[in-house]
Structures are given as C-alpha cells and as structure tokens.
Design a protein around this ligand. Structure first.
Ligand code: ADP
Ligand code: MG
Length: 313
C-alpha cells in the first residue's frame, strides 16, 4: 500500500514537472506567451512580461515617447542620446542591413508608416510619395556615436522601424534573463517567434509546428534543442484593395509589399535577433537569393514556396 502511494506520488510529481505553466499577454502588438515547467519558476513569468513591456516602451516606433520615436522626430536636425541597450540594438540593425544586402532596412519607417498596414483603415498610397521615400530610405544614414551613445538620422524623410527584429531581440533578452535566473526549461512564444530555453527532456527535442499560411493547421514541424525558430509570413497583417492583397513585408527597393515566391520563412538559430532579421530579409530576397544568403551564412531554415514546396536548409 505504502509502495503504491509512493509510486503514485512520484508519477504525480513527474507529471507536474513536465506540464507547462503558461501565461499569455498582449504586448508588442501580438500575443506573447511564456511557459515554464517548474512551479518554482512561475514568478519569473510576470518578470518576463515586465521586461517585454519595458522593451516595447523603448523601441516601438508607434509609441511617441519611445527612444526610437525621439530619434525619428530629430531626424535631419540633431542627434539623440539613448540607453546602452537601444544603442546596441540600433548598431546591430546597421550590421544586419549590410549582412542582408539591404533587404532588411531599419530606415524603412516612413514607408511602413505611410502604408500603415494593420491599422484597419489602409489604402494604397500615391506612387510618387512611395518613390520619394524609397530614395530617402536608400540614401539616408544612421550615424552612431559610441562615445556619447547618440544616434543621428541624416535625412529628415527617413525614420527607424525595428519591427522586423523587435520580437527576435526581445526573445534573446528574455532567454538570457531566464538562464541567468537559473530557469533550466522554458518556452517563449512572441507572436509565432518561438524561443526554447534548455532541452525539453533528456530524450526528446522541442517540436515546433509551422503554421500553414493559407488556413489552419501545420505544414511541418521542426525539432530544436535550445534556441529560436522565427517565422515571417505574409498571412497575418495585410489588407485587400480592388482584389489585390497587400501585406506588411516591404521591398526596400520599391516601397511596395514584396512580390512573393515564398509564403513562409522560418529561421532556426540560437541568435533570435539574427533569425528575425533573416526571416524578413529572405522574404524580400525571394527563394533563389534567400537560399544563397542562408547557405553563405550556414543558417538553418524552412521555406515554403508559393507552389507549396517545403525547402529545409
Ligand atoms: P512579423 O512582425 O509579422 O513577425 P517580421 O519580423 O517580418 O514579421 O517584421 C515585419 C515588420 O518589419 C513590418 O511590420 C514592418 O514594420 C517592418 N518591415 C517590413 N519590411 C521591412 C524591411 N524590408 N526591412 C525592415 N523592416 C521591415
Ligand atoms: Mg523579422
């Protein structure tokens, strides 16, 4: 009898350790969920949401008091001193701009604000206006002063938009925080950008499902040990005008939504900021150029083409 009770207790304990404790919050314009697997880690979840909220307040181009908005308002006029974290992120965005051959362009803010996709009352902007802003986004510069930690946009017709790397960056910050706090196992999901902290178990990897762009369900799953799976799809934020679908990933060369030969791009790597930049950039570059870049960088990915071909790199 005693033995049976002990066995039952052990089983219960095992079950309670592997069952996730999950909470969801609407932050950074998306649903964010954090799961931990030990009761003692539960308090960390609220701390993660607090961190997310403070990141959003710093880097959102949509919040007028954010550091990014301050830089944007001072474009063409003066430099702005920012926090060390924001300075580092902007510096990283400049590096990622180069790495992606311009496909990820952090200076695209005036163009994304003009389209304002996701706002609910979108319409296709004037061609001339788009072309004007494209030239400026191409020629404007981000001047970084390390010593004074200031940022200056040389062109008043440009502004920063870090939306394409924000969630990846945030999950890097959260995973580092959880590791520092001794959380050995957690799952971060920021609107489909997943970061797995630690191994799922000794035997099994984490299985992350990739959503089908044109409906419900998954088109494949990927297995990871510890790290990020960041997905960009053109199926979440878009509007339709005169039967044409306009989605939220822009070609910096044209100022229009990219012409899609890919419908979903997932990047698998430990550096979620890099993964997020690449998921957007590969969309922009398209299948051929995108595969070339990923191969050059040696980064794993799952691409879904318009013809529903699944490419695993
Ligand atoms: P999601 O936000 O859906 O996860 P992404 O990571 O691809 O998708 O980021 C898309 C966001 O990035 C857009 O909403 C816009 O703010 C910004 N953006 C769109 N196109 C580009 C681009 N070519 N370079 C840099 N940022 C972009
Ligand atoms: Mg991205």
């Amino acid at each position: 009898m005693k033995k049976a009770l002990l066995l039952l207790l052990t089983i219960l304990l095992l079950v309670s350790c592997s069952e996730p404790i999950r909470q969801d919050r609407l932050l950074m314009g998306t649903n964010c969920s954090i799961s931990v697997f030990a009761k003692s880690d539960e308090e960390r979840i609220q701390e993660c949401f607090d961190i997310l909220s403070s990141i959003e307040k710093r880097i959102s181009a949509k919040l007028s008091e954010s550091e990014i908005s301050k830089i944007n308002k001072a474009a063409g006029k003066e430099s702005v001193r920012v926090s060390e974290e924001t300075f580092k992120l902007i510096k990283r965005s400049v590096e990622l701009h180069k790495l992606t051959k311009g496909a990820f362009n952090p200076l695209i803010g005036k163009i994304t604000a003009l389209w304002n996709i996701g706002s609910g009352d979108e319409k296709v902007p004037e061609k001339a206006e788009i072309e004007f802003l494209v030239t400026h986004a191409r020629e404007g510069e981000i001047v970084l002063d390390e010593a004074n930690q200031t940022v200056y946009l040389t062109d008043e017709y440009t502004s920063l938009d870090l939306g394409a790397i924000g969630k990846g960056y945030a999950s890097d910050v959260l995973s580092a925080f959880l590791e520092k706090e001794g959380v050995s196992k957690a799952l971060i999901n920021l609107g489909g950008n997943v970061y797995a902290v630690g191994k799922k178990s000794k035997k099994a990897n984490w299985k992350i499902g990739l959503r089908n762009p044109d409906g419900n369900g998954l088109f494949t799953t990927v297995e990871i040990e510890d790290g990020a799976v960041v997905t960009s799809g053109a199926y979440e934020r878009y509007f339709i005008q005169d039967g044409v679908k306009y989605h939220h990933i822009m070609d910096p060369d044209t100022g229009y939504p990219v012409n899609l030969d890919l419908t979903s791009v997932s990047i698998i790597c430990e550096d979620a900021t890099l993964a997020d930049a690449l998921s957007t950039a590969v969309f922009v570059l398209g299948k051929e150029e995108g595969i070339k870049l990923l191969t050059e960088l040696g980064v794993n990915a799952v691409l879904l083409t318009r013809d529903k071909e699944i490419i695993k790199l």
